[in-house]
Design a protein around this ligand. Structure first.
Ligand code: PLP
Length: 444
């Protein structure tokens, strides 16, 4: 099961994408539905650490982790070994037909590592969207209420219910309606764009949300408030200080289930095991996916035993949810996160990136804001009057891509560059990636 080590250095030997990737892209266009996009169509052969290798022999620096998934790195040997061992024993029984230990192990681990000392239960699913859908089902069933509160700039997935919960129309929702009812959208505590200034943002936004819930929905009708403790696709928006604690307190006082969607922020990504911990928030339910299993598809809802167990027998489940191979990968990945102290490593990555990006922002006024925590860092590009500058973002990204740096965008206005390196990337690759980014701004 020996995995050849991927050399940890960038190598650009063709145009990017190279000729072999372009050939594959032609086949893809003829075979794959157009609605599925790719940020950078280089076709991958191998990846590990902070490097992704392509069919043309290029080695790219990875600032994306497949959207915050390969926190422990691609093909981590422990993940590979444990999932291969499981694959060799059995591939599927369906937990709802015949259970197996690895599913229980993963639930025990999630109950242990998620915030709060209360008694918890978990359920395993296949995708982040499915986890969010199930959290809403559980909250509605447990409270006997229907309304769900979500926020501006939120992203919760692409299924019908989660499209409704997601804020941004294009590309996620356009033409796909009608969406589910009883979804109510509230202002987000977006400090950088708060009209009365960042220092007022947390308390003012919380007051607006509480007022709107009380006056427009009625707190007694609200089953759940669903929020990302740092918004992902919406542009790495950290709720202004004080906002989350005030919303949680209001939920507690009114019997509303507080759901933290940690699908993107979970598993050491932000320099805590979960981003809620930055403000000492203990969610009633927490949804996880992306970083959970070192790249294999797995998701979960974890939460208070009395809520989770309120659903009638047979009310939750799914054919593949908690697939044994994905569970084996999750167990190896969680062990790697803990034994390699990837929480600590995420903080180091954050310090390095924030330090360099803040300097870069002083030199380039187009960088209006530098924000994020741990290895979840973003810069927001703006024109002189602070209006979003998506055009500058396009230029920066295409230069970085041409130099072999995998870099993603985000944001409601498409003007945020987000950085999500694997937590096992070395400082030299991080610095080299940031050098390329700096050069991109110098060329603007
Ligand atoms: C990615 C994401 C989802 C959806 O996860 P999928 O696995 O793509 O269904 C939900 N919530 C958040 C916060 C996400 O970042």
């Amino acid at each position: 099961m020996a995995v050849t080590e991927v050399a940890q250095s960038r190598r650009v030997v063709t145009e990017i994408p190279g000729p072999k990737s372009r050939e594959l892209q032609e086949r893809r266009v003829a075979a794959v539905a157009k609605g599925v996009g790719s940020v950078l169509p280089v076709y991958v052969t191998r990846a590990g650490g902070g490097i992704v290798e392509d069919v043309d022999g290029n080695a790219l620096i990875d600032f994306g982790s497949g959207i915050a998934v390969t926190n422990v790195g691609n093909a981590d040997p422990r993940v590979v070994e444990r999932s291969a061992e499981q694959l060799g024993r059995f591939t599927h029984t369906c937990f709802m037909v015949n259970p197996y230990e690895a599913y229980v192990d993963v639930c025990e681990a999630l109950n242990r590592i998620t915030p709060g000392d209360h008694e918890k239960r978990s359920i395993l699913l296949n995708s982040g969207a499915e986890a969010v859908e199930n959290a809403v089902k559980i909250a509605r069933s447990a409270t006997g209420r229907q309304a769900v509160v979500v926020f501006d700039h939120a992203y919760h997935g692409r299924t019908n219910l989660t499209m409704g919960l997601t804020a941004k129309n294009m590309p996620y929702k356009q033409g796909f309606g009608p969406f589910a009812g009883e979804i109510h959208r509230m202002p987000m505590a977006y400090a950088y764009r708060w009209p009365t200034g960042p220092e007022n943002c947390g308390p003012e936004a919380a007051a607006m949300v509480i007022d709107q819930i009380t006056k427009q929905i009625g707190a007694d009708n609200v089953a759940a408030v669903v929020i990302e403790p740092i918004q992902g696709e919406g542009g790495f928006i950290e709720p202004a200080p004080g906002f989350l604690p005030a919303v949680v307190e209001f939920c507690r006082a009114n019997g509303i289930v507080f759901v933290a969607d940690e699908v993107q922020t979970g598993f050491a990504r932000t320099g805590q095991m979960f981003a809620c911990e930055h403000e000492g928030i203990v969610p009633d339910l927490i949804t996880t996916a992306k970083g959970i299993a070192g790249g294999l598809p797995l998701a979960a809802v974890t939460g208070r035993a009395e809520l989770m167990d309120a659903v009638h027998g047979g009310g939750l489940g799914g054919t593949y949810g908690g697939n044994p191979t994905a569970c084996a990968a999750a167990l190896a990945s969680l062990e790697a996160i803990e034994s390699d102290d990837l929480v600590g490593r995420a903080r180091e990555i954050g310090d390095l990136m924030l330090g360099r990006l803040r300097k870069l922002a002083e030199e380039h006024p187009v960088i209006g804001d530098v924000r994020g925590r741990g290895a979840m860092i973003a810069i927001e590009l703006v024109k002189e009057d602070k209006t979003p500058d998506a055009e500058a973002l396009g230029k920066v990204l295409s230069y970085c891509h041409s130099q072999g740096l995998i870099l993603l965008s985000a944001g409601t206005y498409g003007n945020v560059i987000r950085m999500l390196p694997p937590l096992v990337i070395g400082d030299d690759l991080l610095n080299e990636g940031l050098d390329i980014l700096a050069e991109a701004f110098a060329r603007l």
